[in-house]
Design a protein around this ligand. Structure first.
Ligand SMILES: [Zn+2]
Length: 138
């Protein structure tokens, strides 16, 4: 994929390969297929296998995932918590941005940046804001 990007978009793309995004991707693939290998992550994120191997190595070193002898990726408790948090942040931020009129494409792209830098305080406020206009079911 080769195209010209603005500084703004370059900043957005820099986040694509962050550890948090790898964890989020693993979580989403697990939800879809029940199991995940590095090759699935490479495919889903559109990155090369060596990039994924490096990322997985880092996540393993940090104790966030384990890889079993068949190459399947499992979360540690902490890894799972981080993955779920980023996943939920992404969904919520995308929804709130769309609620205020941002297009889905832009909202999703920018949620990708915001999800990694937003403070817990702001995130809590966004949760409150969101539940005001869209009350939780049940
Ligand atoms: Zn992201």
């Amino acid at each position: 994929m080769v195209y010209y990007v603005s500084g703004y978009e370059r900043r957005a793309m820099k986040h694509i390969n962050s550890s948090e995004d790898y964890l989020k991707c693993i979580l989403e693939l697990k939800e879809k297929h029940g199991h995940v290998r590095s090759v699935d992550v490479a495919c889903e994120m559109g990155v090369t296998k060596p990039s994924v191997s490096n990322a997985m190595k880092k996540l393993r070193r940090e104790g966030l995932i384990r890889v079993d002898e068949d190459g399947y990726i499992c979360f540690s408790e902490t890894g799972k918590q981080i993955a779920e948090k980023v996943h939920n942040k992404h969904l919520l931020i995308t929804k709130v941005l769309m609620h205020i009129g941002v297009s889905e494409n832009t909202a999703s792209k920018e949620a990708h940046m915001i999800e990694h830098v937003i403070s817990d305080e702001t995130y809590r406020c966004l949760q409150d804001f969101h539940s005001d206009y869209e009350p939780k079911k049940g």
